[in-house]
Ligand binder design. Structure first.
Ligand SMILES: [Zn+2]
Length: 268
């Protein structure tokens, strides 16, 4: 938690809007958030309690990772909030002040009360940007897949009378990222690029994702970035984000920033 930052923000003129996000790993000091010009704030929330298994058991986001990639953006204020109990960001939302939640954790536990609070924020139109690890987050809450549009399968599942295998991951893969729709506000001005990052394969997807980013790498699912709506919220999920190469890519920074602006309804 960084209450000092929050206080600073609250005493500032409300010329920015904000987003909030969760995060994995202690190396990323503090959770995070995006703030956007506008009314309130956004933020990251961060967890040090990543669940075991999957790609990120023990993974650490390097100093200056996502946080370094998104700080200092004009018109956006990031509020980083560490989560020590997976999802306490949603415990009490009475003073909620963020425009966008930027998830970057793979935390698992979210109580019924926190679920309801989170959903009520989505009923208000608070935006969601879901980055990388969170595709495997809140894995036992089926509704979360409907919110962000995908779920990393930790174990095989029975589906339509057949067994669907568990998802898999691979580190340090060089992939070509293609822009499926360059006219969308999230991808506007972003050209295809090649980067080195972690890939996921065999994730479950919601059928109504509007796909913005794809790759044809065999270790990856084809769809690696999309937007959708859930209740009154705009949602953008970007699978990329393990780092550190991707954090250094200007295209990634642009995508994340434009995702925040779009989910905050500042564009398009
Ligand atoms: Zn990862």
């Amino acid at each position: 938690m960084q209450p000092q930052r929050k206080l600073e923000r609250e005493t500032r003129e409300r010329s920015e809007a904000h987003a909030i996000s969760d995060h994995l790993g202690s190396a990323w000091d503090g959770g995070g958030g995006y703030g956007l010009p506008g009314r309130g704030g956004g933020g990251f929330f961060e967890s040090k309690t990543a669940a075991g298994g999957g790609c990120h058991g023990g993974a650490r986001v390097r100093q200056g990772g996502v946080r370094g990639a998104v700080q200092g953006i004009p018109g956006i204020e990031f509020v980083f909030q560490e989560q020590r109990d997976h999802s306490e960001l949603f415990e009490d939302i009475s003073g909620w002040d963020y425009d966008v939640i930027v998830f970057y954790s793979m935390t698992q536990n979210i109580s019924e009360q926190r679920r309801q609070n989170f959903l009520s924020l989505l009923d208000r139109g608070v935006g969601v940007v879901a980055l990388h690890h969170i595709i495997s987050g809140f894995n036992d809450w089926p509704e979360f897949q409907k919110i962000i549009g995908s779920r990393y399968l930790f174990a095989p599942v029975e589906q339509d009378g057949a067994t669907r295998p568990a998802s898999s991951y691979k580190h340090d893969i060089e992939i070509a990222v293609r822009i499926a729709d360059p006219s969308h506000p999230v991808t506007h001005g972003v050209t295809g690029f090649t980067t080195v990052d972690e890939t996921y394969l065999g994730c479950a997807f919601e059928p109504d994702n509007y796909v913005l980013l794809t790759t044809d790498h065999p270790t990856s699912d084809t769809n690696i970035g999309w937007v959708r709506t859930y209740r009154k919220s705009r949602v953008c999920t970007i699978q990329l984000g393990h780092g550190p190469s991707i954090f250094a890519a200007p295209q990634y920074k642009k995508l994340v920033v434009q995702a925040v602006n779009w989910t905050a309804r500042r564009t398009g």
